[in-house]
Design a protein around this ligand. Structure first.
Ligand code: NAP
Ligand code: G4F
Length: 359
């Protein structure tokens, strides 16, 4: 395999350039390694890269019961590699074995709430994990282009909106501090070693593959269960929090575009609009014909965070101008899409059972 293969260059509005290059210039498929392939973003990204003709490796940690619902439909099309973000030697071996052109680093303890109860674990996996990966790549395969999953949580304490790449980070959770550390280390490896490392500062993005503890999926699942008479209530915390919610499949396309750009730069990816948890809740219930949700929702104070980000809204202008990226899914469509998917999932329980797969 030739070292330093690259698709560098400007891409057009439709992102066609990479596809064309794959067909006409590269004699063999580009190779991608995805950490966090079993998660929401990893699964959509794997689909996107397979469509574009990549050979896709996915890094997975050991599970007592391997259960990969998000990628079960891809298991015969991707190669899974065992490694853990806590373990440097396994990451080194993975990078050496795959020799990827592009690495998408998505693995993390990604739940903000848990970062308050597991702050050192979150620092280790979500923060130091980035350095373990960067150092592995620098040691054995430095030509790889690396995407690092940064986060709008960096700006949790910022009051001015919309937030762009120039905003000064003000993290207010252990998760956000860990992400800021990873974000800064990515910049250090870019500057110090000339590596092609970019961070995507992604605002919240959701889908039917979102983990069930995150508020949007918790609501879509809860509403579907209530509509089908399986449950009576949803327990929630802060309904006033506002987020800039986009659609995950569109956000993984932005990740890919960042790695096709000429220069490694960091980008904000967001819709530029925001809504409250309460609005999400109202729309989700409306969608199943319930016009007053109050009897179905209980506020559980144990779900309130020690410090909660009140509001986030991003400015994706740079990504639009330089990457030709723009979101198309609107908030109402996202809510309906998630509720419909969960109504279907719960109505067809055999689907859930068949998701228990061994590798
Ligand atoms: P997710 O669904 O929670 O997926 C996290 C992935 O990380 C899973 O594949 C998980 O594997 C893996 N992982 C966790 N700990 C690991 C470890 N010790 N070693 C190896 N793999 C490990 O997250 P997501 O929503 O797809 O987000 C992807 C990335 O973007 C994350 O870094 C997240 O923090 C960041 N981010 C997400 C959003 C968002 O709104 N979704 C916004 C900004 C940034 P298991 O299946 O084994 O648990
Ligand atoms: O859905 P959430 O848990 O997402 P949060 O905290 O915004 O984090 C997500 O987005 C970040 C990007 O901004 C990512 F970096 C991160 O990895 C993750 O993907 O909570 C959203 C809001 C919070 O204010 C929370 O307090 O919803 C509020 N909320 C209210 N009740 C709840 C609940 N959140 C959860 N998870 N569960 C509730 O019952």
């Amino acid at each position: 395999m030739a070292k330093g293969r690259s698709w560098a260059g400007q891409i057009d509005q439709e992102g066609k350039r990479g596809e064309m290059m794959a067909e006409t210039v590269n004699s063999r498929s580009p190779v991608a390694l995805i950490t966090g392939i079993t998660g929401q973003d990893g699964s959509y990204l794997a689909e996107l890269l397979l469509e574009k003709g990549y050979k896709v490796y996915g890094l997975v940690r050991r599970h007592a019961v391997p259960y990969f619902p998000n990628i079960r439909h891809l298991l015969n099309r991707v190669v899974l590699v065992d490694a853990d973000m806590a373990d440097f030697s396994s990451l080194l071996s993975a990078v050496k074995a795959c020799q990827p052109d592009e690495i998408y680093h998505l693995a993390a303890q990604s739940y903000v709430g848990v970062s308050f109860t597991q702050p050192t674990y979150t620092g280790d996996i979500t923060g130091i994990g980035v350095t373990r990966l960067l150092e592995s790549v620098r040691s054995v395969w430095p030509s790889a282009r690396i995407y690092n999953a940064s986060s709008s949580e960096l700006f949790g304490g910022c009051l001015a909106e919309p937030l762009n790449e120039e905003a000064t980070p003000e993290p207010i959770s252990p998760y956000a501090v860990a992400k800021l550390y990873g974000h800064r280390m990515a910049q250090v490896y870019r500057r110090a070693y000339g590596m092609f490392v970019v961070s995507g500062i992604l605002f919240n993005h959701e889908s039917p593959r979102r983990g069930p503890e995150f508020v949007t999926r918790k609501i879509s699942l809860g509403v579907a269960k209530i509509a089908l008479g399986i449950e009576e209530k949803i327990r929630l915390g802060n309904l006033d929090a506002m987020r800039d919610w986009g659609y995950a499949p569109e956000y993984v396309d932005a990740m890919w575009r960042m790695l096709q750009a000429k220069e490694p730069e960091d980008y904000v990816i967001a819709t530029g609009t925001k809504h409250s948890v309460r609005e999400f809740l109202e729309l989700a219930f409306e969608h199943v014909g319930i016009h007053d949700y109050s009897e179905y929702v209980e506020i559980d104070t144990s779900l309130l965070r020690p410090s909660d980000v009140p509001s986030l809204r991003g400015d994706p202008s740079k990504a639009r101008t330089k990457l030709g990226w723009k979101p198309t899914m609107h908030f109402e469509g996202l809510v309906r899409n998630m509720v419909d998917a969960d109504l279907k999932l719960i109505s067809e329980p055999e689907q859930m059972v068949s998701q228990l797969q061994s590798r």
